[in-house]
Design a protein around this ligand. Structure first.
Ligand code: BES
Ligand code: ZN
Ligand code: ZN
Length: 493
């Protein structure tokens, strides 16, 4: 879907027909009042706000007629000072709840140009809704084209276009992730990324099965065996004119995860078209980083396969060999993400980048550990700290889990170098996943040390929002952590 145009205006001039004007509502001495706003509100003072259902509750919204055929949208802003995250969420709620208007004008008080930028960013992120597959039941048509914030605190034209680039990359991620597995399969995901990268300065290589075999990518090939639609590896490269730091990104791109022969129960299989979120997120972030011309070298590796059961599928107890030479006993074909990432992390390590960050919908266990709002974060402390601070900067939430090396022996295999799961119980499933991935960084499997700083983000519980939209998060694919990755590149570059 398209992202609305973002505009600022120095001051309010007049009401335009069919335009919604967002007015802040707060409380003073327990009484509802209109908050400080640059928009003309004298008409509103006659109204009895409580009887209209108006509230100061954050993101609540009531519409009343405004002059010249315009509409007032009275939005609750709470009673405390607004943080950047609050403003981003209020911008998002405005755009989402008023998307049936072609134009909306937001009149919240801003203290600096960053406040204005946060409202605009929120509006660009919050207006998203997934309607591509609606037929006869589309509901209210989305018409939103322009969002204007009235404020003298104007972000520069350059920073507004940066916001638009980043929001478009989040929305592109959401579009890809929301696609059903029937329509998005390894080849079509690879092609969609190639198309999206055109003109961005990112070069794209797509490796099909012959190349995967030649390169020794036994993990991606093994997972892809069961599907009639073969696996792919996509390599994206962005080389800046200046900038020495090299960031490698690796994404899990399972276009549908049935579990393979270790078949998932039907309820757990629902939503498994989202299992390519990591790949879509690192691709979108790389394209955004290139469009912003950030001074950092970025290489992204998308590890793409469809995990299906069939007569050609890999079996439990099969042994595969990853790119780094390590043999893996596949005890559970449903722990496939770590098998494809084993190849991606090995490949990423070969160029000895400064940082590797992988992003994956890896374990159901992360939802039990952290719920649906925090991504699980593990790895080398320096990289973990960098991701943490990048996430904080954009209002996204991550939580570090302890990657205790003592647990590594739980995935010893009797016949191969490592097993892909721990048998017996599910304790610490997310950490076990992280410990498995660690083996494919540098030559760690051989007990050697390296200078690569690695972080792993388990986004299995945050990739998808099953509930109602909130803040900048729509229903369905969230697109979360694309902004964290772009901010990480900003901070490291
Ligand atoms: N794609 C799933 C993880 C997942 C679960 C993502 C729920 C989103 C929601 C992954 O491939 C998987 O199946 N993991 C197994 C690992 C287990 C076999 C060790 C899991 O979480 O059950
Ligand atoms: Zn799985
Ligand atoms: Zn999976």
């Amino acid at each position: 879907m398209t992202t609305p145009k973002l505009v600022t205006a120095n001051k309010f001039t007049s009401f335009n027909k069919n335009t919604a004007y967002v007015i802040p509502i707060t409380k003073k001495a327990d009484k509802l009042v209109i908050g400080s706003t640059p928009i003309e509100t004298s008409e509103l003072t006659k109204l009895d706000l409580p009887s209209l259902g108006v509230s100061a509750e954050l993101e609540s919204l009531v519409r009343v007629p405004a002059p010249n055929g315009a509409t007032y949208a009275l939005m609750g802003i709470g009673t405390k000072a607004l943080t950047k995250t609050d403003l981003r969420n209020l911008g998002a709620a405005s755009a989402r709840k008023l998307s049936s208007f072609k134009d909306i004008v937001i009149g919240f008080e801003t203290l600096d140009s960053e406040d204005t930028a946060a409202i605009l960013e929120g509006a660009a992120l919050g207006s998203y809704s997934h309607t591509a597959y609606k037929g006869l039941t589309k509901g209210v048509e989305i018409k939103l084209q322009t969002v204007t914030v009235v404020s003298t605190h104007k972000p520069s034209t350059a920073s507004i276009s940066q916001i638009a680039v980043i929001a478009e990359s989040v929305n592109m991620t959401r579009d890809l992730v929301n696609m059903p597995g029937r329509d998005l399969y390894p080849e079509s995901l690879a092609k969609a990324v190639q198309t999206a990268a055109k003109g961005s300065g990112v070069t794209v290589q797509i490796w099909a099965e012959d190349r995967l075999t030649k390169e020794g990518l036994g993990g991606i090939l093994g997972v892809g065996l069961g599907s009639s639609r073969g696996p792919r590896l996509v390599k994206l490269e962005y080389k800046p004119k200046v900038g020495k730091t090299h960031l490698a990104l690796v994404g899990k791109g399972i276009t549908f995860d049935t579990g393979g022969l270790s078949l998932k129960p039907s309820i757990s299989m629902l939503g498994m078209n989202f299992d390519m979120t990591g790949a879509a997120s690192v691709a979108a972030a790389t394209i955004a980083i290139a469009k912003l011309q950030l001074p950092i070298k970025v290489t992204a590796w998308l590890c793409i396969a469809e995990n299906m059961p069939s007569g050609t599928a890999q079996r439990p107890n099969d042994v595969i060999k990853a790119r780094n030479g390590m043999t893996i006993e596949v005890l559970n074909t449903d722990a496939e993400g770590r098998l494809v990432l084993a190849d991606g992390l090995s490949l990423a390590s070969e160029a000895k980048p400064d940082y590797i960050v992988d992003v994956a919908t890896l374990t159901g266990a992360v939802q039990i550990a952290l719920g649906n709002q925090y991504a699980g974060l593990m790895g080398d402390q320096e990289a973990v700290d960098a991701v943490k601070s990048a996430a904080e900067g954009v209002g996204e939430m991550v939580w570090q889990l302890p990657l205790d090396r003592k647990l590594r022996s739980l995935i010893d295999s009797d016949i191969a170098d490592i097993a892909n799961v721990k048998m017996g119980n599910t304790a610490g499933g997310t950490i076990i996943g992280g410990l498995f991935l660690n083996e494919f960084i540098g030559n760690r499997a051989k007990g050697e040390t390296d200078d690569i700083k690695w972080a792993h983000m388990d986004i299995a519980a945050t990739a998808h929002n099953e509930g109602a939209p909130y803040g900048v998060i729509p229903k369905g694919a969230t697109g979360s952590y694309v902004r964290t990755l772009v901010n990480l590149a900003k901070q490291l570059g």
